[in-house]
Design a binder for this molecule. Structure first.
Ligand code: F0G
Length: 458
């Protein structure tokens, strides 16, 4: 007998209370936070869907492993477990532990980047782009054309446009291309999956031209699930085998362990080539720590070693992807436009379609972020012109190509009724949509303005 209700494949052993609030209280909190939910206190939030990064719940096995943490400066037992788990998964011999993903990015990309260099990706995540541009190099995004369609049946909208990749390589000096980065799943592109076929094609192009091929693998278990379900020849392979095959195509990998390693902090860089590993190790020691702990304590490495195994368990991945899809499809049933098919870790809502009366320079995405908080105490993040907008020389906004709001789902944290509550809040969002006003920026920093800007309703 197969039941249609998919339950959370865990029981709750330790709980963290949620502080409830009234709409009047939240209106006050929002005003004090300058209409920027990044500036709210966590206790002012009822359901926190700001990010899936470092916000997951660890298992009892991970907590137990933490007690075994060996905090020796060099050659700790915990390092041995961490290293062998990652070598087994990635097949790469050189492992550099870092405190989170962007530290691994900084080490590799500052070393191979610099002025005159170009990086090419399906879509660079914002810290990836920032690290590349900070080194003086250029970052080019070439997602497939299907990525720009909000709704379609195409299951691999995270893919890279390999035709464009060949064209860019043909038009460039090969030695100026620092690396090709495939981000799986494609976070900034809507959490959409990348097919094995696409990864194979990217790999063969990189091999042919002797260009470094890097996997940004922080959600590779979720990506493997989509490959298993949507690429026929992988339907009988395990999720881990699929991930292992994808790693086998790459020369290097960067992981923010805060996602699919099911921990709250951590990351690593893996490399296949000794000379590059030796060079990066110098930077690791200078800025993160000694080679056998980098930016991590022994207990962190223990938890990552366990998390990297748990994340590939079929019941976990089935629950994870199915519950994200459930939220997305229920929101869509209310006539709200989302990126469809739903990605692995988040639901992306098209705020411009929801609020056609709010012009881009009044940030419809930020207006929805504020509404979700005001009505339901839900914290989300704008992925639109607040995050990616730039100004031209006359100070006019060059908007982002899309005005999205991301509802990112922390791993193993919220239950079905939390998610049903979020869905119910959207009934009110729809009822009130004509009354929602735009937002203006009253104070902004030069870089990554979404984090700290101050806003006011128009
Ligand atoms: N690469 C991708 C694809 C990411 O999504 C992130 C982080 C990073 C690299 C950087 O890793 O945070 O450990 O330094 N994404 C988070 C998010 C912050 O909310 O999507 P980090």
């Amino acid at each position: 007998m197969k039941f249609k209700t998919i339950i959370e494949p865990f029981r709750i052993k330790s709980v963290e209370p949620i502080t409830m609030s009234t709409q009047a209280q939240r209106e006050n909190f929002l005003k004090k936070a300058h209409y920027n939910p990044f500036l709210l206190k966590a206790e002012e939030v009822i359901i926190d869907l700001l990010t899936d990064s470092g916000t997951g719940a660890m298992s009892s096995n991970q907590w137990a492993a933490m007690m075994q943490g060996d905090e020796s400066y060099a050659g700790a037992r915990s390092w041995g477990k961490f290293e062998s788990t990652i070598i087994d998964l990635t097949g790469m011999p050189y492992i550099l532990p870092t405190h989170q993903g962007r530290a691994a990015e900084r080490i590799l990309y500052s070393h191979i980047g610099g002025k005159g260099k170009t990086f090419i990706s399906n879509t660079h995540f914002d810290t990836t782009r920032a690290n590349i541009e900070y080194s003086g190099a250029k970052a080019i995004d070439i997602p497939v054309i299907e990525a720009s369609e909000s709704i379609s049946d195409y299951p691999f909208k995270g893919n890279m446009d390999t035709k464009k990749l060949e064209e860019i390589i043909a038009a460039s000096k090969k030695e100026n291309i620092a690396a090709v980065i495939l981000t799986v799943t494609n976070n900034s592109g809507g959490g959409q999956a990348v097919s094995m076929q696409n990864a194979k094609k990217v790999s063969s192009i990189c091999k042919k031209h002797k260009i470094l091929f890097v996997l940004d693998c922080c959600r590779i278990a979720e990506n493997s699930y989509f490959i298993n379900k949507n690429e026929k020849e992988y339907s009988t392979k395990s999720y881990k085998e699929i991930a292992q095959e994808m790693f086998s195509l790459a020369d290097a990998a960067i992981m923010s362990a805060k996602k699919d390693a099911l921990v709250n902090m951590g990351g690593f860089l893996t490399l296949r080539k000794k000379s590059l590993a030796d060079e990066c190790t110098q930077l690791l020691i200078i800025t993160e720590g000694f080679t056998t702990y980098g930016g991590l304590s022994g207990r962190d490495m223990e938890a990552i070693a366990v998390g990297l195994k748990e994340v590939f368990e079929p019941d976990y991945l089935n629950y994870r992807i199915t519950s994200t899809k459930y939220l997305g499809e229920k929101i869509m049933e209310k006539g709200i436009s989302i990126k469809y098919p739903v990605g692995g870790h988040a639901v992306y809502i098209d705020a411009q379609k929801l609020y056609p009366h709010i012009p881009v320079h009044q940030y419809p995405g930020q207006a929805l972020v504020c509404e979700l908080y005001r009505i339901g105490g839900i914290r989300s993040v704008e992925i639109g012109s607040v995050m990616f907008g730039k100004y031209d020389k006359k100070g006019k906004l060059i908007p982002s190509s899309q005005e999205l709001v991301r509802l990112a789902i922390p791993r193993r944290v919220y239950t079905q009724s939390h998610i049903d509550y979020v869905i119910e809040v959207f009934d009110e969002i729809v009822k009130n949509k004509e009354n929602v006003k735009g937002i203006k920026i009253v104070k902004e920093p030069q870089f990554l303005r979404h984090f700290t800007s101050h806003f006011l309703p128009v």
